[in-house]
Design a protein around this ligand. Sequence first.
Ligand code: AMP
Ligand code: MG
Length: 463
Amino acid sequence: MVWNFQDSYTKLPSIFYSKVNPENFSNKKLVLFNGDLARELNLDFSKYDDHEKCNILLGKNKLDKNYFSQAYAGHQFGNFTILGDGRAVIIGEHITNNKKRVDIQLKGSGQTPYSRNGDGKAALGPMIREYILSEAMHNLGISSTRALAVITTGENVLRDKLEPGAILIRVAKSHIRVGTFQFGSLLKNREEFQNFISYTISRIYPEIDNNNNDKYLKFYETICDLQIKLVIDWMRVGFIHGVMNTDNMSLSGETIDYGPAAYLDEYNPKKVFSSIDKMGRYSFENQSKITLWNLARFAETFLHLIDSNEKTAIKKIEDILNRYKKLFDQSWLTMMSMKLNLDTNNNNEEIVKEFLDLMHIYKLDYTNTFLDLENNTLDKKIFKNWEEKYKNNKLRKFKNVNPQIIPRNHIIEEIINEVYSNNYGQLYDFEKILKNPYEKKENKKYITPPLESEKVFETFCGT
Ligand code: AMP
Ligand code: MG
């Protein structure tokens, strides 16, 4: 047996999930397999050929056949909706040798009771995108769901055009999200929701004492902390999530759902890639505000447990959120100071702002401009005055905070187009190169910003 499944979610009241049978596909092919992650999870596939690997990865050898999709709700672009996994099925919770529990989830294996009008499928392009982006995120040292494999199903799915269908095998500490709590808070049976919260705490944050009355506030603060760290890290590497709906905010603090996600090329704080984000709600600079907005929606779901007096409960949450807003601004400045190699004990607000403004005005590349600073190759025409101020403040040696390489949009698009013409070479090269994103790269192609003609202006959810 490869898996060590010990499921806990299916022991919860059945309102929280639905049992689902993933579809069978006869013409499967293993396109991507993450050997490093398999080893981390103590999964030994060495005895199996690709065909058997596919079947195991899809959970075909699971004895109890207990596969399930999760129920949840969410604020999508500010509007509350009941959702649930429309195209995702958890085949089991795998326990690693050192007792870590992870969800093993198939994304794109067919319809579920929550599919609404969707086909429950996924196209190969977006699944390759998620594999590359989520693994790059992890390798950048930023918390993320992981990608264990991509398997093509052998059938086509209809999007704007027909595309090859595929399944991503996603690994996460848990898939419980703000939206799961929003769903739970609607239940008539309050006790069921309270038990669900206890389940979540003991599953994701076992260090919080579940028997203590202050556990709700501790839990809330832990999640605020992790989310803020996460978004600061996104901003450090120029990442735009693109759909920060409450159903896409994981309570384990992992980046989840890479639909229209993309990295900045040229710096523009208002940048949006997602084709459906017409108002710029989830733009690069808005990510901090939206995080706090989502955290407020999260708190609303269990206010009654924080204090029986609603006003007192609201005050407690407001105090925390105000504190976190301040912390966010401070942490952002510290992070930016580190990117510029400045002493974080000083107030660097002005020098940071001026640097960003110059980048913005001159449409400079976010990743490479920080590297130019490291390499002393900044454009003197632009930065002469700024460098005058900088030279008195800078520290000696840069820490490893500025990535040498990010998965740029135009490269991902090119790779997907090549895969669609049956050419996998560049995909495998790029996957390897992204394993060490802080190491200096010689390969000019992947570190050069796109030419005007290569730029990708819009990304799609790929649904
Ligand atoms: P997302 O924007 O990926 O977070 O998806 C929002 C909701 O739509 C979730 O409930 C998804 O499970 C569902 N969904 C996305 N794509 C599909 C699809 N192809 N078929 C069915 N449901 C989908
Ligand atoms: Mg989602």
